[in-house]
Structure formats: C-alpha cells, structure tokens
Ligand binder design. Structure first.
Ligand code: PAF
Length: 282
C-alpha cells in the first residue's frame, strides 16, 4: 500500500487508475483505526476496484474544550492495518494541504436542517467542519463510492444531504455499526474509558434496545420512553445529552402514531468521555 501526504501525489495515482478504467472507493477517517473502520474498507473493496482511505484529524469539527489535542494519532499502526485490509492508497495530509488559507479562513459548507438538532445542538459548528472536510476530500479523491459508518448516524444524513444538494458525483454507502460482544459500539473514543466506565458503557446499547422494545412491542408513548431512557442512563452514572426516537430519513420528530422508519439515538457523557450510539428500528 502506498501512502501519500500531498494532493499532487494523490491525484497522480488516482489518474493512473482512472486511465485504466478502474473505479475508486473511498473511506475517510480520522485514524486510530479499529475493526469498525476495517469493515468500511471491506465494503469499499467489495464495491470498487481501487480503495483509498484518508487519515486526517480534522480541526474544524472539534469545538473548544473537545478532544482535538488528545485525539489518538497512530499513523504507523493505521498504515499496517490498512495494508492488511488490502487498501491501495492512504492519503494522510497535513492541515495546510486541506486548509491552504488556514482552518479559520476556509470556505465552509453548511448543511441546513438536518444539522440543527442532536449533535448539531450539542456541538455547534461540528457538522460544518465535517461537511467542509468531506467535501474537500471528495474533490481531492473524486471517488465513485464513499463509505460511512452507521454509528455516526446524523453525520451520515448530513453527508447524504450534502452530496444530493451539491450534486456531487459520488454514491454514499452506509456500513452497519460493529459492536463488542457486550454491545458497546466500537469507537476510537472507547479507549478513554476507565475499566469501571468500560463496564458501564454497554448500557447505552441496552437502553437503545429497550427503547425499541417499549415503542414497537409494548406500544408506550415516545416521549415517555425517551424520558425513561434518560433516567436509566443517569442512574447508571451517565450524563445524557439526548435520548430520542426520530425519523431515520431526516431526524425529524415522528408523529405519535408513527412506527416505521424510526431510529433511536443516544449521546451521553461517562466521566470525561462522550459516547454516541443509535439503533435503526427497521
Ligand atoms: O467520522 C469521521 O471519522 C469523521 O467525522 C470524518 C467523516 C472522517 C470527517 O473528518
């Protein structure tokens, strides 16, 4: 596997593949890759002849006081994992390559509506940073398909909407969330958890399963379920930001009698770590 750090090197390699009529699949990441990322590479591999991954810890999607500085940077380990997954090319740019005028002076992509609530409300500016960097990466790589994990459900919706609205010629594929055997969704941030917190963390998944059961099997009211989920997590030691059931399509609030096309989403702090997870009901 080749690693390139600059746009010219990236474009030269991809131009070569394009010259041979090959399709390109792309997996953007912030590195510190785990099995969850590897499953995204696997999906890209199945859907395109060449696979490009990027590793870039994007400063514009971190708010003040978030974990940008301490976000784990493990490039050598990531390279080894990607090579094993049969990835063809790793793009690992520096900040100046992605933000030639500086991050604060960058053109910014704002996706309205779907970014207003949930993560958008709790992390102001986060999705502008995500949409901007993904748009730039799409322009650099110009992939046929790009793979995103369902774990970041709202991010997926933001990217889908950006692609459609800006008529970007890329097909967005979603890969299912990978979980540890106890149900905890795999995430680079899990390594911040202490041993005791790690033992508590799977309660997020258990809460999501309970939310689904209470709505679809027991027929409880959505708002009651959402409040009960928040209380359960609080009792377990979490500080929940939200525990909600939304329309999967656009994350809007469903009508009281709506039972199809729904997703439960949770974000909660456990000690210093903020965890997010979700469960599509269909
Ligand atoms: O999901 C991530 O790792 C990041 O938000 C992404 C899509 C790579 C953009 O920086």
């Amino acid at each position: 596997m080749q690693t390139v750090h600059d746009a010219a090197g990236l474009r030269a390699t991809i131009r070569g593949w394009r010259g041979q009529g090959q399709t390109v699949g792309f997996v953007p990441t912030m590195g510190n890759l785990h099995e969850g990322h590897h499953s995204l590479i696997k999906l890209a591999r199945a859907r395109a002849e060449r696979v490009v991954a990027s590793v870039f810890v994007n400063p514009t999607q971190f708010g003040p006081g978030e974990d940008f500085e301490r976000y784990p940077r493990t490039l050598a380990q990531d390279q080894a994992g990607l090579a094993e997954m049969d990835c063809d090319l790793l793009f690992a740019p520096d900040v100046a390559t992605i933000y030639p005028f500086g991050a604060a002076q960058s053109v910014s992509v704002h996706v309205p509506g779907v970014t207003d609530a949930l993560e958008g409300a709790h992390r102001p500016g986060h999705f502008d940073g995500v949409a901007t960097v993904v748009c730039k990466l799409f322009n650099l790589v110009q992939p046929d398909v790009a793979v995103f994990g369902q774990k970041d459900f709202q991010q997926l919706k933001v990217i889908e909407r950006m692609v459609r609205d800006l008529a970007l010629p890329v097909k967005v594929l979603q890969a299912p969330t990978l979980r540890a055997t106890d149900g905890l969704a795999l995430s680079s941030r899990n390594q911040y958890l202490s041993e005791a917190e790690r033992a508590t963390a799977p309660q997020i998944h258990q809460t999501l399963l309970k939310m689904r059961e209470l709505l679809l099997e027991k027929g409880h009211a959505r708002r009651v379920i959402e409040q009960a989920a928040a209380s359960t997590l609080e009792r377990a030691g979490f500080q929940p930001d939200y525990t909600v059931i939304r329309r999967a399509e656009d994350l809007a609030e469903p009508a009281d009698d709506e039972r199809t096309g729904l997703v439960a989403l949770v974000a909660a702090r456990l000690g210093r770590t903020r965890l997010i997870d979700n469960l599509p009901f269909d």
